[in-house]
Design a binder for this molecule. Structure first.
Ligand code: NAD
Length: 500
């Protein structure tokens, strides 16, 4: 086996891999309190990429203390113009480093390069967007309270102030992107941050830490503590001097975060799992719907919170749609993310592959019909074929639970009643995303208004964007990220009344 299946990485990426990988606390790269390290691996080949330092609860204490000092000191003394300039400098540095950042996510996470390139470009855009938003943070004026106004002239206005020291815990599925969409609005709001990347994918965040230091951010504004969720993540979530925790990950861990946050009632925002519906009405344009529905499930090999994995199709076009989806799946190239022809990369780990294969075997045992894929490839790495089941029923585990793999379930319906169709789509504890495929403007908008999810698209799926609010209904989360609402999540409102 050759490294990266024979594909080359840039010399700068190799040089980064060869460096020591430590924790970033108070502007310095340090070893963790226990001197422990973990391996970062290429999930497409199993190759060890690097060893990185992991921290413990004591390192979280140091990082939170550094973030507090930076919050009360240099970071809050910067002018708005200086904070904006720093963020814009970071965006330019990320843009100049785009190849390295993208390659690190490809080799650490397994994602195909076409996705990594897109996410790095989106990350640069997001830092620019929130940098540009700093000068637009505005309060309001309003009528003073009756009892004050009765006695004297008075003035009431609101101030928007940073929440304070923020803990951010992110998953492995889109490592740089899930970090930046928390970091950028937090820094724009004037918060300081302790971030914990996933232990599966530490590398792009460590590279970003170097860019943050080089851009000239004061010490302690951004601290990076790698490590396990059960130790480092838990210590951050329960820390008494953290004002807010922003978490992206599974619904099960999200519930633990809420419990850990109770001690000091820190603010909590949660971006959690999904099991999103994709509804194909009888009049859908199949030339559009077939690739669109396939990619709704298979994008990022299904390791995607927005994945549209529950397909509901009108019985009149069921067979045609399924035939098209099976052909599309058969044409998808699985391989190393550095190979430009790759459409599907590997699962993140052996353990996760076993979980995905367990759902596939379970669906077969429960009587679903396997019409595409269903196998783990017999090669190094964790490759699972794009898999499609028909004859699935709402109570099957493969339909109900988030699998986080390339597994699609198809169910057909006979009705044209949009309320009945919406009930099928809404039969889930989640509510993150969804899509509707039809040529009828009227049916599209009527159905969208009936689907309980934070983001519903028409004739496309997973339409996220820097300026578009994103988050979940139900057990898919609390709060919104992206856009103005993403910035609001890091701001408090203070009402001021002056008796003049
Ligand atoms: P996970 O919940 O296992 O881990 C997420 C992060 O939490 C990791 O950094 C992990 O180390 C940490 N963690 C684990 N246990 C913890 C604990 N007890 N206390 C504090 N932190 C802890 O999730 P994952 O497997 O890394 O990611 C996949 C999940 O993330 C899926 O459910 C997916 O839907 C979800 N996700 C959601 C969004 C969204 O925007 N809604 C985006 C991406 C991923």
């Amino acid at each position: 086996m050759t490294p990266f299946d024979g594909h080359a990485i840039a010399p700068e990426t190799q040089a980064f891999l060869d460096q020591p990988h430590k924790l970033l606390i108070d502007g310095a790269w340090v070893d963790g309190e226990t001197n422990e390290t973990m391996e970062a691996r290429d999930p497409a080949t199993g190759l060890v990429l690097a060893r990185f330092a992991i921290g413990g609860a004591g390192d979280i204490d140091h990082a939170v203390a550094a973030a507090r000092r930076a919050f009360e000191g240099p970071w809050s003394r910067l002018t708005v113009a200086e904070r904006t300039a720093l963020m814009m400098r970071l965006a330019r540095a990320m843009n100049d480093d785009a190849q390295v950042l993208a390659e690190l996510d490809v080799i650490d996470n397994g994602m195909p390069m076409f996705i990594a390139g897109l996410t790095v470009a989106n990350c640069v855009e997001m830092v620019d967007y929130y940098a540009g938003g700093i000068m637009r943070i505005e309060g309001t004026t309003t009528a003073p309270p009756r009892h004050v106004a009765a006695e004297a002239e008075a003035l009431t206005y609101t101030l928007r102030e940073p929440v304070g020291v923020v803990g951010q815990i992110v998953p492995w599925n889109v490592p740089l992107s899930t970090a930046i969409l928390k970091l950028a609005p937090a820094l724009a709001a004037g918060c300081t941050v302790v971030i914990k990347p996933s232990e599966e994918t530490p590398l792009s965040m460590l590279r970003l830490g170097q860019l943050i230091l080089n851009a000239g951010f004061p010490n302690g504004v951004v601290n990076i503590v790698n490590g396990l969720g059960s130790t480092v993540g838990a210590a951050l979530a329960e820390h008494a001097d953290v004002d807010k925790i922003s978490f992206t990950g599974s619904t099960a861990t999200g519930k633990r975060i809420v419990q850990a946050a109770i001690g000091n009632l820190k603010k909590v925002s949660l971006e959690l799992g999904g099991k999103s519906p994709v509804v194909v009405l009888a009049d859908a344009d199949l030339a559009l719907a077939i690739p669109g529905v396939a990619m709704a499930t298979f994008f990022l090999q299904g390791q995607n919170c927005m994945a549209g994995t529950r397909i509901f199709v009108h019985e009149s076009i069921h067979d045609q749609l399924v035939e098209g989806l099976v052909a599309f799946a058969a044409g998808m190239t699985l391989g190393h993310g550095l190979d430009p022809s790759t459409m599907l990369g590997p699962m993140i780990s052996d353990a996760h592959t076993a979980k995905v294969m367990g759902y596939i075997d379970g669906a077969i045992a429960e009587g679903a019909t396997l019409v595409a894929g269903g196998k783990r490839l017999d090669r190094a790495g964790n490759f699972v074929q794009p898999t499609i089941f028909t004859d699935t029923r709402p109570e099957m585990a493969v339909v109900r639970e988030e699998i986080f793999g390339p597994v699609m379930t198809v169910q057909k319906f006979a009705t044209d009643d949009l309320d009945a169709i919406a009930r099928l789509a809404n039969d889930t504890p989640f509510g993150l995303s969804g899509s509707v495929w039809t040529q009828s403007l009227s049916s599209a908008h009527r159905l969208v208004s009936r689907i309980r999810a934070g983001q519903v698209s028409i004739n496309c799926h997973g339409a996220v964007g820097t300026n578009i609010p994103f988050g979940g209904y139900g057990q898919s989360g609390w709060g919104r990220e992206f856009g103005r609402e993403g910035l609001d999540g890091y701001l408090e409102t203070k009402a001021v009344t002056a008796r003049l």
